[in-house]
Design a protein around this ligand. Structure first.
Ligand code: URP
Ligand code: ZN
Ligand code: ZN
Length: 467
């Protein structure tokens, strides 16, 4: 069935203007003034509202075996929470552990998502071990359309890779023309500092940040950038949290390293005092890299506005209160992570655009267009253009509400942003032309989502890069 969105203001990464949008056969077929609805078309009145391209979360965890437990969401719960919050595509980290078979893991993640997601999705394939068998499996996974890797420099003996494995992963990625995303913290330093703190009986969640200080993240970022430079691979730092790591990443960009930077929602809005709260209140805010000293927040916002931070993701990773309490005796056992897939758009709008910290076009760019471009989803996703998928967010800037676990759709019994006011929310959200959300409620098709297959887009011109 056709869909006509009338009278809204289209806002993209580059421009804004009033126009109607006609959707036919799942894609945008016409953009123009005073369009006439075809027979039987559904009509959405967008007067007084903005129309954004569907938002893309480039970093989420849904199925995740981690720290002796599993993240709480299913693809059904997370995809609906995403859509209610205006996110129409997410890229999930497929994370088998070091002891698992990579290809079996990949099939497991795909199987969990298939027919269970209400929005479209793709995967980053985590490389948690590198040997000949894994290499041939990775080639097969890339041929299947998963055109990005993930490596962890943290989480020793579980997800973490050593320098040789990083080198070999990046060499393969450069050969295949795909991008590698990386969690940049020095695993050995974290492990040593954790042991020292625990030996001194410093066991509460307030010691999580001192066990992985800013310098530990800056070192991981420098090392990742150095390895990218030597392998001529394309890279993407995930969840960058602090000014020293930012300086390292920007310095690498300036000397020509092909490096993109992601920061995630919690690091723009929360500081380490949240994790310093007593007992489980602190544990709710344990994530890695940790929440930082407040002075870092302004640095992240201005780098985002300047486009030095390319994208804003969430690192959505829900563990409930009972799971967080696994670490009641030692902060090293607290499952790391915080949800955010449902809150990212509304909070970045309220505290970024409405407070004047970022421009509305940068907002669209960082939360939709740039993730689409970096990860090979554009022009299908991330833009409002004839021929693009009709993933659209009709946004009501007049809405007023408050974030709360009582009203959330994420499968968790707390919300890390409890009590934050929001000034605006999606009023209609479509996935390939089907209305999936109206005013905070899921009204659509539970299995609407497809896996998005992506082509390598970082293949080098051999003549230019020959050594
Ligand atoms: O604390 C976090 N970030 N949990 C999820 C795993 C990761 O490092 O991305
Ligand atoms: Zn991480
Ligand atoms: Zn993550």
């Amino acid at each position: 069935m056709a869909l006509l969105i009338k009278g809204g203001e289209i806002v993209t990464a580059e421009t804004r203007y009033h126009s109607d949008i006609l959707v036919e056969n799942e894609v945008i077929s016409t953009i123009g003034s005073d369009l006439t609805a075809p027979p039987n078309a559904e009509i959405v009145d967008a007067a007084g509202k903005q129309i954004f391209p569907g938002f893309i979360d480039p970093h989420v965890h849904i199925h995740l075996p981690f720290m002796a437990t599993f993240a709480k969401d299913t693809h059904a719960t997370a995809s609906k929470a995403a859509l209610i919050g205006g996110t129409t595509t997410f890229i999930e980290m497929c994370c088998p552990s070091r002891n698992d078979d990579a290809l079996e893991g990949y099939h497991l993640w795909k199987q969990k998502a298939e027919r269970n997601s209400a929005c479209d999705y793709a995967f980053h394939m985590a490389v948690t071990r590198y040997d000949a068998k894994t290499e041939s499996q990775l080639r097969e996974i890339v041929r299947d359309g998963t055109a990005s890797f993930k490596i962890f420099l943290a989480y020793k003996n579980f997800f973490g890779v050593d320098d040789e494995e990083m080198f070999r992963t990046l060499t393969l990625a450069a050969e295949l023309g795909i991008i590698t995303t990386a969690h940049c913290e020095n695993a050995e330093l974290v492990s040593q500092l954790q042991q020292l703190l625990i030996a001194e009986r410093r066991t509460g969640p307030e010691w999580h940040e001192p066990s992985r200080p800013e310098a530990v993240e800056a070192e991981g970022t420098v090392r990742f950038a150095t390895f990218l430079e030597q392998t001529h691979a394309a890279g993407y730092v995930v969840h960058l949290s602090c000014a020293p790591a930012l300086r390292a990443a920007v310095e690498a960009k300036m000397r020509g390293v092909n490096l993109s930077i992601e920061s995630v929602l919690p690091h723009f809005l929360l500081d380490k005092t949240y994790a310093e709260r007593a007992g489980v209140e602190g544990m709710k805010h344990v994530m890695s890299p940790p929440l930082r000293d407040k002075r870092n927040l302004a640095a992240l916002w201005s780098a985002l506005e300047a486009g030095l931070i390319d994208t804003v993701g969430t690192d959505h990773c829900p563990f409930d209160v009972e799971q967080k309490l696994i670490g009641a005796q030692a902060f090293t056992q607290i499952p790391n992570g915080i949800p955010g897939i449902e809150e990212r758009v509304n909070l970045m709008w309220t505290y970024g655009v409405n407070r004047g910290l970022i421009d509305i076009h940068r907002f669209v760019d960082a939360l939709s267009t740039r993730p689409a471009r970096i990860f090979g989803l554009a022009p299908r996703k991330g833009m409002i253009a004839v021929g693009s998928d009709a993933d659209l967010v009709v946004f009501d800037p007049g809405y007023r509400g408050t974030i709360s676990a009582r009203t959330q759709h994420t499968n968790n019994n707390y919300n890390g942003f409890e009590g934050f006011a929001i000034e605006g929310r999606p009023s209609v959200v479509t996935v390939r032309g089907k209305v999936q959300v109206r005013d905070g409620a899921f009204v659509g098709q539970h299995d609407r989502g497809h896996m998005l297959r992506r082509e390598p887009q970082y293949l080098k011109n051999e003549a230019v890069h020959a050594r």
